[in-house]
Design a protein around this ligand. Sequence first.
Ligand code: ZN
Length: 389
Amino acid sequence: MTRRLYYEDSHRKEFQAVVTACEKAENYWRVSLDQTAFFPEGGGQAGDSGFLEDVEIFDTHEKQGIVWHYAKAPLDPGAQVLGRIDWDKRFSRMQQHSGEHIVSGLVHARFGYDNVGFHLGEQEVTLDFNGNITKEELVEIELEANKAVFANLPVQISFPSREELAFLEYRSKIEIEGQVRIVTIPGIDVCACCAPHVKQTGEIGLIKLTGVQSHRGGVRVNMLAGIRALEDYREKEASVKAVSVLLSAKENQTAGAVERLKQEAYELKGRLMCLNLARIQEKAAAVSEGTENPVYFETDLDMDTCREFVNLLTERSRGTACVFAGNDTEGWRYVFGSHTEDTRPLCRYLNGEFQGKGGGKPEMVQGSLKGNQESIREAADRFLNNPSL
Ligand SMILES: [Zn+2]
């Protein structure tokens, strides 16, 4: 059995130990020690990484009471080694995990829900509960959780006897072989858990609940604690600052400014459509009655107005009316219409000549082409004068 230094002191970063075994695995080595501060995977928390002397340990797992350090190089059994765990990573995980106990304890006390899924990833932390929590309730839970942090409560570890356990109210009450380890945050939570935790809740720092969504008949809550909450704040702050500069709006008033901008864009779009409509009405009126196969190229015209233009042209002209909108670099969108001809053969012909897409009904087709105005016009004229092409 490996002596667990992380249970004696969850803040132990360095330790001396003797190598008791070293086994070759696929492309790494499994090393056991007489004692270790490396926490093996458990309770939803991943195994620690770090170094034994200068050999990198990339993961830690437990098997039958022995803690195995997954090493990138072998170590000699019997050798004395200095172990150093990746403290930043471990401390962040403890912040998330102790934070999770607080939130789960508060949710359990208020709603009676169980935490039925806990994911402590390197970026994301999620808590699943078997009941509904609204966004408003989540804000209240978040405030309560942070009050528990500010109160700097002790995180107490105990190993109650079987008899004591039988009468103890705690979360994660399942039959566990051997000694059950209870993690208590006074007044907030009592839970069976094997992972290392912070010593005082103040170490957790901010607890931010960033989202809640329906999940398997209950909810999934997203949480960030400590350093991760700070990093999230920094990212969001940078984003808000950038938007605030772009809109010349105060940082806490960007949403209103975006709303106004959207409204402005909407109105401008409306005005542009009116102007375009007036422009095409003028153009269509200038077409003399009975003109054959009118073809127009416009640089700035939306599809609705293009269709309207084609409708106006077909009223006055004979044959097929063609309207193209766009430019030579980005390509041309088109609408063709006719009261007498099937417009689809022209559509197919031009699609074939200019890597085009599109189609429609005999009386109207629409689509897009790639090519320059001159060649498209030539090809269209060619086809309209000789539809057997
Ligand atoms: Zn736990």
